[in-house]
Design a binder for this molecule. Structure first.
Ligand SMILES: [Fe+2]
Ligand SMILES: [Fe+2]
Length: 452
């Protein structure tokens, strides 16, 4: 007999936000109250297991919402959902009394993870959510310390394939590989194990006794598997794409933290503060660059991850009115100032006394240089630009194209890949990336047939 958890209390949650989490809430009971002071202070029975509040208003600011909810619900997590970037400060919301605050849609995957963890906990594991994953380099006899399930869309059911600690034998692996459900579902609360497993597989592949060519092939295969998660049918929505990106980010982070020379990671995170958190451009560029490095066998993934985290750190030093604009919106004189940011990133690294390998500084300094010499700050061309910088540039571009921005249509990952492909082919005078590198990189993406 399952345990029915107490309801989720939705406080003035706008329909568009409810729609984003409807699939999570469908197994729980939901009670709703409006975002009005009278309703906030009225006693709620039964006590909910989780409170989710909609955006504050000028007549009902966040601190008042937090205080009123906290009077009743001391021990219960209270989440705040906000859709407006202006004035979103996670830390101060938490100081006000919220357990966590989410800027939507950017933080949707974090919000969803928070809700599903809470529901699983409150229902003693009865209400579970699953995350689609790709298991790297799945070989017979592989023991996995997380459960695996497959999802049968026809009857909307999860079928358990293996228990945690089981090893998957050949016939089951064949079943997974042959079935059209090539992704495996892992219970959300066990994702940490999945991250460590994947990070370890990547490391083992990199240090195995295989020949260089075999190693490279295996690693590219593994990276292709991971990246393909960003492209599968299930990731057609922005949210699932983001959550796949987050999974890849966690894997890369674990890979680096569990690696040898890795204390720097948490240090950098603390320097980056909020900007290094959850969804951010630098985190995505870091993840993609490290994966590209592994998949192409260029540079050290650790270096690329580090350069990715720090490449734009100098932007924070620019005048605020420039920071909020996209380069294409800037006046010529603003653009000139913006173009100083790679050097400012380097200066900031020095002034914060962060010690980074030379190649990392070089990659940061050169991340806006373009192969045909039309980039900045130095107008370097061709092989004068280091390959690491080109990898950062490509990861930067990819994230730029697939990021939600006001007034610009969002490209899906496949559209972004097509865009990158088209860029050089259609207009040879605008060769921004080393052609050979770009070709190899595009081969890491699914749908692109490996080319010789
Ligand atoms: Fe940049
Ligand atoms: Fe960037």
């Amino acid at each position: 007999m399952g345990i029915t958890p107490p309801p989720v209390l939705a406080v003035g949650l706008p329909p568009e936000i409810e729609a984003m989490i409807a699939d999570l809430l469908k197994n729980a009971s939901v009670s709703r109250i409006p975002l009005e002071m009278d309703a906030l202070i009225a006693e709620v029975n039964p006590k909910p297991c989780l409170v989710i509040s909609g955006p504050p208003r000028s007549d009902l600011p966040a601190n008042e919402i937090a205080q009123s909810l906290r009077m009743q619900f001391q021990e219960i997590p209270v989440f705040l959902c906000i859709t407006q970037k202006e004035g979103f400060e996670r830390k101060s919301f938490i100081k006000n009394g919220f357990t966590d605050a989410f800027l939507l849609p950017m933080d949707l995957s974090n919000l969803r993870a928070g809700i599903s963890d809470r529901l699983a906990e409150a229902s003693k594991g009865e209400i579970r959510t699953f995350r689609p994953v790709k298991i790297i380099d799945l070989e017979p006899g592989t023991a996995l310390d997380f459960e695996t399930h497959i999802f049968l869309p026809a009857n909307k059911r999860h079928i358990k394939l293996s228990a945690s600690g089981d090893s998957l034998e050949g016939d089951r692996i064949d079943k997974i590989k042959k079935s059209k459900f090539s992704t495996i579902q892992v219970p959300a609360e066990q994702m940490k194990h999945f991250y460590s497993y994947s990070a370890k597989r990547l490391r083992d592949l990199g240090t195995s006794a295989l020949s260089v060519t075999e190693k490279r092939e295996k690693l590219s295969g593994a990276v292709r598997d991971l990246i393909s998660g960003l492209f599968s049918e299930q990731t057609s929505s922005f949210e699932s794409g983001q959550s796949m990106m987050k999974d890849c980010g966690e894997i890369v982070k674990t890979y680096i933290i569990e690696g040898a020379e890795s204390e720097w990671y948490s240090r950098i995170q603390s320097v980056l503060g909020e900007r290094g958190d959850s969804y951010s451009h630098s985190a995505n560029v870091s993840t993609l660059s490290a994966l590209f490095s592994m998949g192409l066998g260029i540079g050290k993934p650790e270096d690329l991850a580090l350069a990715g985290l720090l490449h734009d750190i100098g932007i924070a030093e620019l005048p605020h009115e420039i920071q909020v604009l996209e380069p294409e919106q800037m006046k010529p004189e603003q653009l000139e100032i913006y173009k100083k940011h790679p050097e400012m990133s380097i200066n900031l690294i020095k002034s914060r006394k962060l010690i980074v390998p030379d190649i990392v500084s070089k990659a940061i300094l050169q991340h806006h240089e373009l192969y045909n010499g039309s980039g900045y700050p130095s107008g370097l061309f061709g092989d004068r630009i280091c390959k690491e910088a080109q990898i950062i540039a490509l990861a930067d571009r990819f994230d730029y194209l697939t990021r939600v921005r006001e007034g610009r249509p969002l490209m899906t990952p496949s559209q972004a890949v097509d865009h990158l492909k088209g860029l050089q082919v259609n207009d040879p005078s605008r060769i921004h990336y080393e052609p050979e590198l770009l070709k190899k990189l595009l081969n890491l993406f699914p749908g692109s047939k490996p080319e010789a």
